[in-house]
Design a protein around this ligand. Structure first.
Ligand code: KIV
Ligand code: ZN
Length: 511
């Protein structure tokens, strides 16, 4: 009998701390439902004290998700813990995750607290969280750079105060696998009440070692891993969920534990997070990259044809790749459409939303004939956005290009319900469209990234455009999808501008 490895997904919290990856409440709900379907054990839905928007998102996830535990983050402060408890009230299985830094540099420079004060605050915070739930996690932030003896004292006291999960974060991604594994083993062997808590790890990827460090910890006794879809997260990101889960499963000859995840949902979750955040997945990314199971060299292809195991250690279908088959076309009906969406994990709470999505599907099928799962996913995300109360909406766009002529674009927007129209010239039709939009919106933002991807193969494929803008230091990503890449680009730019506006209403304090 294998022991269980608990998967704690923090895409909606640490993942959202990636510059530009902020998500709306509805987007978070979408991801939470997909994570629940994948049978993630714990979903960290956000940091409720951070803003009204974060509070509402955690509450919405707590109201909706029933099969996974829903967790809210709180500093070791009464107001944070009370706010997290309030947001988690509707959850069937709530967890409060409270944290306080224990490294000398963080205590001295950031907290300006003595070690004794930190110890006292940690105990108080855990006790306060226990007033609301018996499922409390404590993280000594920057544990990876903390003094070992002090770390032991704080953890022992936190367990005595009622924490049943102790999470060891490598907050700045400084650790190396061998030493991090040894640290976990030493902590578990030294702390007298260590057997009263589950040891967890939370590794950042600053040296590209987040997954390696997490796996070393698991080999040394950790039984919870905190991770994110596609490795999203603060700075260089967190450990990638898909890599952790598949490493443990594929190498069950060395791991004595396993997760209960439905791994066939992995590619779907990866695409969903990428579409919503506008962070593309690099083609050579393990497990979920477009090339992860592609074989280019003749020798490899020959080997695969003779026996798949010659060059493949996992089956593509086990992580959900083959689910991406062509499913629908312009003759497909509403029933086939909604059935396939349900199979992909999408459901609409309102009939009108399903009808709107079906109309978009028909329009798309008319243009590109073969509609793939990735197209459906993009279409649903777009429908969700359309239904949202966005300040700026694209009404129409006309772009003109001709060899030897200056490209121009004419754009009509609805801005706070009022129709406006503008024309501009540019170095190409996209540049002209952006200039026309900017002349109406006057955001003054700086365009930091513009990238185009095709969602499927062929020149009739939908183009997926990611735009990253910096508006007075606030960085946001926008994503737009259309069979016409000029329109996709305008949608992406408008989506980023709407996020800036949304963000202004829910200022995010630093952790
Ligand atoms: O990286 C970190 O230390 C964190 C904590 C809040 C667990 O994200
Ligand atoms: Zn973190």
């Amino acid at each position: 009998m294998q022991e269980k490895l608990i998967i704690f997904d923090t895409t909606l919290r640490d993942g959202e701390q990636s510059p530009g990856a902020s998500m709306t409440r509805d987007e978070k709900l979408h991801i939470a439902k997909a994570l629940e379907k994948m049978r993630v054990d714990i979903i960290e839905a956000g940091f409720p004290i951070a803003s009204e928007g974060d509070f509402e998102s955690v509450k919405a996830v707590a109201q909706t998700v029933t099969d996974s535990t829903v967790c809210g983050l709180a500093r070791a402060l009464d107001k944070d813990i009370d706010r997290a408890a309030e947001a988690l009230k509707p959850a069937q299985s709530p967890r409060i995750h409270t944290f306080l830094a224990t490294s000398a540099i963080h205590m001295r420079e950031k907290l300006r607290m003595s070690p004794e004060q930190v110890l006292e605050h940690a105990i108080h915070a855990v006790k306060r969280a226990r007033r609301y739930t018996d499922n409390v996690e404590f993280s000594p932030e920057d544990a990876g750079r903390s003094d070992f003896d002090f770390l032991c004292r704080v953890i022992e006291a936190a367990i005595t105060a009622g924490a049943n999960t102790i999470n060891i974060p490598d907050t700045v991604g400084y650790n190396l696998p061998q030493f991090f594994g040894e640290l976990i083993k030493r902590l578990m062997n030294t702390i007298p009440n260590a057997d009263k808590a589950i040891f967890s790890v939370h590794c950042h990827n600053d040296l590209g070692l987040a997954v390696g460090n997490s796996l070393a910890a698991v080999l040394n006794g950790a039984r919870q891993v905190e991770c994110t879809i596609n490795g999203l997260g603060e700075r260089a990101g967190n450990a990638a969920l898909e890599e952790i889960v598949m490493a443990v499963r594929t190498r069950n000859d060395v791991f004595t534990c396993d997760t209960e995840l439905d791994t066939t949902q992995i590619v779907h979750c990866s695409r969903l997070v990428s579409t919503i955040t506008g962070f593309p997945v690099q083609p050579n990314k393990a497990i979920v990259g477009a090339n992860a199971f592609a074989h280019e060299s003749g020798i490899h292809q020959d080997g695969i044809l003779k026996s798949r195991e010659t060059y493949e250690i996992m089956r593509a279908e086990d992580v959900g790749w083959n689910a991406n088959r062509m499913v629908l076309g312009k003759h497909s009906g509403r029933n086939a459409f909604s059935t396939r969406l349900r199979e992909l994990g999408f459901s609409f709470s309102k009939e009108e939303d399903l009808n709107a999505a079906f109309l978009r599907f028909k329009a798309l099928a008319d243009k590109k004939h073969e509609v793939y799962d990735d197209d459906l996913q993009a279409l649903v995300s777009d429908t969700v956005k359309e239904g949202m109360d966005e300040s700026i909406k694209l009404i129409s766009l006309k772009a003109m290009i001709e060899t030897g002529e200056v490209p121009t674009a004419s754009v009509t927007l609805s801005i706070n319900g009022e129709e406006q129209q503008a024309q501009a010239e540019g170095s190409g039709p996209v540049d002209a469209a952006f200039k026309a939009i900017e002349s109406m919106v006057n955001s003054g933002c700086d365009l930091q990234l513009y990238s185009v991807n095709s969602i499927s193969n062929g020149t009739d494929s939908q183009g997926e455009v990611t735009v990253r803008i910096d508006q007075a230091g606030r960085i946001v990503n926008g994503l737009g999808i259309d069979t016409d890449i000029v329109i996709a680009s305008a949608k992406a730019y408008i989506s980023a501008l709407n996020k800036v506006i949304d963000y202004q209403e829910r200022a995010h304090p630093q952790i």
